[in-house]
Design a protein around this ligand. Structure first.
Ligand SMILES: *Cc1c(COP(=O)(O)O)cnc(C)c1O
Length: 432
């Protein structure tokens, strides 16, 4: 399979280059030349298949020409080593829990698949791969956990000082080994600008064998479509889901669109955002106006220029009409988010995190206007990752902290403090 840039269909590369390069040099995004579908042999018995079997079939549809079956099966088994259960709160009101992985957010699926696929693509290469990634919170932890102890790779994570939660910081800084954390005296945007400067420095990028792990990488997107199919098979037969997706960079929603492309019957998609609502606004007005992000309590969705928007446009052939018929937008402010957290607890005795709460509220609205529909709201992170917000709404001791998060509290933070300065960053990279 070849991959082309959304900016230039004539710029085509193979799988290894699309994954290791992550971004085409023309700043577009890579798309597969052919969008795969799953055939009748899959859809005949898909409801009886395991999560891992579904994952393998999807991965084979995308990567089967380049990666042999046994390797792909192993990559999928290493990725989908925990469940994504569907929890039913009330009639038609379903929650898909995506937080049962090691770092308690859905990003574990993408990061674990990418780490394993990259390791396979670079097997036998004699040069170490350097994964460079900027994080505002959840991405860094998932990437660090996924690449920890993967031979032939080292990972450098840049995060903004004082702007990630205490536990998120421990997820980035306490692993050691091949994971190095840089605490940057600046904002997330500064971190991203530093990462970009390293990639633009061709000589440096080549010398360090740099690769990126951010959410525009196709290797993170494809495994996220596994759980859309796995969710639908947990519904009663014949029920067509409406997926409600708390969104920031819109990677998760794009993966849902890929699942439809593969043949999954879906009623509708609801894009739920916080006040960073450029996509709901586009769906309403037909105008796309990216702008600086504003801070909210659902901070993993504080994105003002969603990186996967271009891919969504490509999937709808550039047509606003087509996109707005398939995706409905819904934006929620912090007060509504807090109220939703309290309501879900009061009505269903269920603790939902601030991101999932935004989805849940959008789902209620959707079902009110579309009686009889079944919504599946993606619960993108475990509520314990956002303990401050949860305790403010539900009181102290409202949550049991999962063991894999609790152990982090006692670990030692190890990070290198650097100013948000490109020359200093370059010197640091060269001295490694
Ligand atoms: C990353 C993240 C999101 C946003 O996902 P996108 O794919 O960027 O739209 C939502 N919720 C949580 C908890 C996240 O970590």
């Amino acid at each position: 399979m070849l991959y082309h840039s959304t900016n230039n269909p004539a710029h085509r590369v193979d799988l290894k280059e699309a994954i290791l390069r992550s971004l085409p040099p023309d700043n577009g995004l890579y798309m597969p030349d052919v969008l795969p579908t799953l055939g009748e042999d899959f859809w005949n018995d898909w409801r009886d298949r395991s999560f891992q079997d579904i994952g393998f079939a999807v991965a084979k549809a995308f990567f089967g020409e380049d990666v042999p079956d046994d390797a792909l099966r192993e990559i999928v088994a290493g990725t989908v080593s925990f469940d994504a259960p569907l929890v039913t709160l009330g009639p038609g009101d379903h929650i898909l829990e995506l937080f049962h992985g090691p770092t308690l957010a859905f990003k574990d699926f993408g990061a674990r698949f990418m780490a394993r696929l990259m390791a396979w693509l670079t097997r036998g290469d004699d040069r170490e791969l350097t994964v460079l990634v900027a994080t505002s919170g959840d991405t860094g932890g998932a990437v660090a956990s996924a690449f920890h102890n993967v031979p032939g790779t080292r990972v450098i994570i840049l995060y903004p000082q004082g702007k990630v939660s205490g536990l998120q910081e421990k997820q980035l800084t306490a692993l050691g080994g091949n994971i190095t954390a840089l605490e940057i005296q600046g904002s997330f945007d500064d971190c991203q600008a530093l990462v970009k400067s390293a990639f633009l420095d061709r000589e440096l990028a080549e010398r360090l064998n740099l690769t990126s792990a951010n959410s525009i990488n196709l290797a993170r997107l494809v495994p996220q479509s596994f759980y859309y199919i796995h969710a639908a098979r947990q519904l009663p037969e014949g029920v067509k889901p409406t997926f409600v997706i708390p969104s920031g960079n819109f990677g998760n929603l794009t993966a849902g669109l890929l699942a439809v492309q593969l043949g999954l019957p879906v009623d509708q998609f609801v894009a739920a955002t916080n006040l960073n609502d450029v996509v709901p606004e586009y769906l309403r007005l037909g105008q796309y106006t990216p702008r600086p992000s504003v801070a909210t309590i659902s901070n993993a969705m504080d994105v003002g220029a969603p990186s996967n928007f271009v891919r969504m446009q490509a999937l709808f052939g550039g047509s606003w009409e087509a996109m707005k018929n398939r995706i409905s937008g819904f934006a929620v402010d912090d007060d509504q988010t807090r109220a939703a957290i309290r309501t879900v607890k009061a009505l269903h005795d269920y603790a939902i995190d601030p991101h999932g709460a935004i989805g849940w509220l959008a789902a209620q609205k959707w079902r009110a206007n579309h009686p009889g529909s079944a919504t599946v709201t993606l619960e993108t992170a475990h509520p314990a990752k956002f303990l401050d917000v949860m305790e403010a709404e539900l009181g102290h001791d409202c949550l049991a902290i999962p063991q894999r998060l609790a152990v982090l509290a006692g670990r030692q933070k190890v990070a290198t403090l650097l100013p948000a300065d490109k020359a200093v960053f370059r010197d640091w990279l060269c001295s490694m």
